[in-house]
Design a protein around this ligand. Structure first.
Ligand SMILES: [Zn+2]
Length: 151
């Protein structure tokens, strides 16, 4: 995993695995903005290091940007990645997988926090299929839950 920064934002890239070192992020100021768009893969050991980082980071606010589907899936099944004791992280944007009931086309669509909070905006839950124009639906409806506000 490579960590770089531009402006006030930290960018993670590559594979989050046994070699991923989150400790240098502990010196960052809150709120910490992390961009996940260049993350290619994550395994269980990588998830564990991310959780250890969350334990040490504590309740300070974080913002997660451009989470690919593999990260959105982990955020959905492992809420601790959004905060151990309370939700410290806001998911500013994440790709969710939609599919078309008519032509079965699948598309990963970027959904933003503003489209979901404080309530789901019209059209976000049923985007148009780029292949046939029919309405697409989220493969796993529960995924909107990753956009819960900070607690
Ligand atoms: Zn379609």
């Amino acid at each position: 995993m490579k960590i770089s920064r531009k402006g006030g934002q930290v960018f993670l890239a590559g594979v989050i695995d046994e070699n991923a070192d989150f400790s240098q992020l502990l010196q960052e100021q809150a709120p910490l903005s992390i961009d996940f768009s260049k993350v290619e893969r994550i395994n269980s050991i990588g998830i564990r290091s991310w959780m250890m980082f969350m334990t040490r980071w504590g309740d300070k606010p974080l913002n997660y940007h451009e989470c690919p589907v593999i990260i959105a899936d982990q955020l959905a099944v492992t809420p601790a990645l959004r905060g151990i004791k309370k939700r410290a992280a806001i998911i500013m944007s994440a790709y969710l997988s939609f599919d078309c009931s008519k032509c079965r086309h699948q598309e990963d669509i970027l959904v933003t926090y503003d489209q979901v909070q404080p309530q789901l905006k019209p059209g976000v839950s049923d985007p148009k299929c780029p292949a046939c124009g029919s309405t697409m639906s989220l493969i796993n409806e529960d995924q909107f839950s990753i956009f819960e506000p900070r607690s």
